[in-house]
Design a protein around this ligand. Sequence first.
Ligand code: CP
Ligand code: NVA
Length: 300
Amino acid sequence: MKHLLKLMDLSREEILSVLNLADQLKYERKHGVSGDYLKGKKLGMIFQKSSTRTRVSFETGMYELGGYALFLSNRDLQIGRGEPVEDTARVLSRYLDGIMIRTFEQKEVEDLAKYGSIPVINGLTDYCHPCQVLADLMTIRERKGSFKGLRMCFIGDGNNMANSLMVGAIKTKMSFAIACPKGYEPNGELMQWAKREGEFLLTDNVEEAAKDADVLITDVWASMGQEEEKQKRSAIFKDYQINETLMKAAKKDAMVLHCLPAHRGEEITADVLEAHADEIFEEAENRLHAQKAVLCKLLK
Ligand code: CP
Ligand code: NVA
């Protein structure tokens, strides 16, 4: 593993190995063991979009590992004024040991890795959100014991989260069902791959997707960068909500996950979110452990 650009680049074994290390790091932190595994290492964190969890978990994660994280906002960097990514990559590679980037285009992340000489981690693009899904997989395995025979269901937009969840579910041998409005499906190539490699269902019927699900997941109707479509999307997605009625279609002990931030009354009701708050906030905590594991794999 040289970078974390998208989950598709990782083998099933590599994913499981990250999750195992994440479990170990979580255990060590809980028991007061401080592992300076990345002593003196420096991570640059480029943000072209807002963030609470990604920023704070990467920054504290580097600190806990004995390293250092630099927050690099788009507003301050020359990249925000048009300096080419191939130049930025070569410059940053001479100062840092790794780069985490949150941006719009997946190509920008791939180019950073192509032109730079240090590991690059994708902290969210319009295409995917691999760090989040590693934390989601960690939370599922923690709660359910294993991935064997589990059914994952995603309700809503076929966006970055849906793309990464689909890949993560199929690579860990869960089945994956998505209910989304027509025209808002996940990436076509990834769906073809999912159909070939595992059990995959695409429907516009939420009940059908949620039937017998072990894990239900949703995400915002309008992602970062789609603010202008908010009103239009609210009408299109109004029936794509995790609520008490939909929960009845799932297994009795089904988990609910949400990458957050959540919009209560839109993609999830306040009741369901609060009933599953333990899982959802554990999921948020697991960002820290899963990313520390990724950092150790890449920067050590
Ligand atoms: N889930 C997630 O990535 O949260 P932030 O946007 O707050 O980083
Ligand atoms: N799909 C959301 C995820 C936020 C963590 C977005 O891209 O804004």
